[in-house]
Design a protein around this ligand. Structure first.
Ligand code: SF4
Length: 296
């Protein structure tokens, strides 16, 4: 198992922090192209409640985000500019390219990470990303969530698995790193379904994987389903058991970027245990030690 912190340390020789940034963009599941309601789990902030405000210049957002962690990061830290909220390859291509470049040209930025969807990268955008990658390493984060069509329809993902496959292939041919997001605990999915998704992602060409436990955020359609008793969330012990099963499936050349993730506390409805970060980190560390020792 290779975790992001180790990967970054090996690659850059220092501590690397991700700075969450926000562009003035939307997504096709909100603007009416595919739907207007958003993915069922996604809050109005578009998966980026922690991001800086979208109307500020990228450089300004970066300086502010750096200032916030300055005492912790110290002078020798490096940073990844992370365009997190909504679909960051979807919109005016000139504006998007200028924004990526602005981030890439800031001091101490060692990579630009762009969250998007595989159905929202046009031919022109692949060219933009290829040019950007020649200047600074580019990571593309794709919200796949699941390989199973019923679950994809339930969450309103709006594209087929073949679209993901093609996108990963094209990005990798440009030398761009691809990090695939997976949601664990989607309604109706069994442990075996989740195992299949993780295995698939690991053999898809992705260079990284983010595992996110299903969260219920207030104000989402998933919240309504949860309140009606139609959606169950996992207890911590259950989730750790699941990770114990899934982590050994991830080969060392697929970097593990995340193992949980919590929603913004003020809108997190369930599971509330994820808000206790210290406890979650301790449990995950214990689990990783346990897996490592059993592999010896
Ligand atoms: S998860 Fe992404 S694609 Fe889905 S509604 Fe939220 S921002 Fe849009």
């Amino acid at each position: 198992m290779k975790f992001l912190s180790d990967y970054l340390k090996e690659k850059y020789g220092c501590k690397v922090y991700k700075l969450s940034l926000q562009l003035n963009v939307t997504c096709p599941v909100r603007d009416g192209s595919l739907d207007t309601r958003g993915c069922i789990f996604c809050s109005a902030g578009g998966s980026g409640e922690f991001a800086a405000e979208r109307d500020k210049k990228v450089r300004e957002q970066i300086e502010e985000a750096k200032a916030k962690i300055a005492s912790k990061a110290g002078k020798d830290a490096a940073y990844i500019a992370y365009f997190q909220s909504y679909t960051n390859t979807y919109g005016d291509i000139g504006y998007l390219e200028r924004s990526y470049r602005e981030a890439a040209e800031c001091d101490d930025i060692v990579a630009v990470s762009i969250g998007t969807r595989p159905d929202c990268i046009s031919d022109e955008m692949y060219d933009v990303l290829g040019r950007l990658n020649a200047f600074v390493p580019v990571w593309i984060e794709l919200g796949l969530q699941t390989i199973h069509p019923e679950s994809a329809a339930y969450i309103r993902r709006g594209y087929d698995l073949a679209v993901y496959d093609e996108c990963v292939k094209r990005l990798r041919s440009l030398g761009i790193e691809v990090i695939t997001h997976v949601i664990l605990g989607l309604p109706g999915e069994t442990q075996s379904d989740m195992r299949e998704t993780v295995k698939y992602v690991c053999s898809s060409g992705a260079t990284g994987i983010k595992l996110q436990l299903l969260h219920v955020l207030k104000g989402t359609d998933l919240y309504d389903e949860y309140m009606k008793g139609k959606v169950k969330v996992m207890e911590m012990e259950e989730y750790m058991e699941l990770l114990k099963e899934l982590l050994p499936l991830i080969p060392d050349d697929v970097v593990i970027h995340r193992l949980t993730g919590d929603g913004p506390k003020k809108i997190l409805a369930a599971p509330l245990w994820t808000g206790d970060k210290k406890r979650v980190i301790n449990e995950i560390s214990r689990l990783v030690r346990e897996i490592d020792s059993s592999a010896l």
